[in-house]
Design a protein. Structure first.
Length: 195
């Protein structure tokens, strides 16, 4: 009985140390299709979602690894919104109505690589957080507008002063039809939070 009590005491004293474990160097949103370290799902289609097609295992020219994410936007205004975009969420389709997300405190930025098929594709906003609701995000930050190039380029969203205690919307992009009247094809790879 004495041994079990001592084990209990040691575990109770160690619990705060275990809970304060520093975050890993990176926390991946997307690395490769099906990678076990991907933590969010591109499920939050917005605006003219009927104008979007996604290939999350595209092998044409990934920045690294085997795959990248390819988005095709037709600009037909299928839902009459005249804009479109997508949130990577946890769990899938979580608009703040269910428990989920991650405590990403300790990370200072989100980095990602992007390119356009032709170059000149205009993205109104790239974003972390901003989902509202009972279980929504604890904060939000964005960059944009950004015009993509034909070659891979890395972008960064500064999160140093943001409250990342609860993030269900790990990454998002949006674009307007007015800026892309013929639609576009864009690619993303290596989306991740960094210290």
């Amino acid at each position: 009985m004495k041994g079990k009590f001592m084990t209990f005491v040691v575990l109770c004293l160690a619990a705060p140390l275990l809970a304060s474990k520093p975050p890993a160097e990176v926390f991946n949103v997307y690395v490769d299709k099906g990678d076990r370290t991907n933590h969010f799902i591109p499920s939050g289609w917005m605006g003219d979602y009927g104008d979007l097609k996604v290939d999350d295992g595209n092998r044409e020219n990934p920045k690294s690894g085997k795959t990248a994410i390819k988005w095709t936007y037709s600009a037909k205004a299928s839902q009459g919104a005249n804009w479109t975009g997508c949130f990577w969420q946890h769990p899938a389709n979580n608009w703040g109505s269910v428990a989920g997300g991650y405590d990403l405190s300790g990370y200072k930025r989100l980095t990602f690589w992007a390119r356009g098929e032709k170059g000149g594709e205009k993205i109104a906003e790239f974003k972390v957080g901003g989902i509202t609701g009972e279980h929504g995000d604890s904060d939000a930050q964005n960059i944009g507008p950004i015009e993509l190039t034909k070659d891979w380029k890395q972008y960064s969203i500064d999160l140093a002063d943001k409250n990342l205690a609860h993030i269900v919307g790990g990454f998002a992009w949006s674009a307007s039809r007015d800026d892309n009247q013929d639609g576009f094809v864009i690619y993303f790879d290596d989306i991740r939070f960094e210290k």
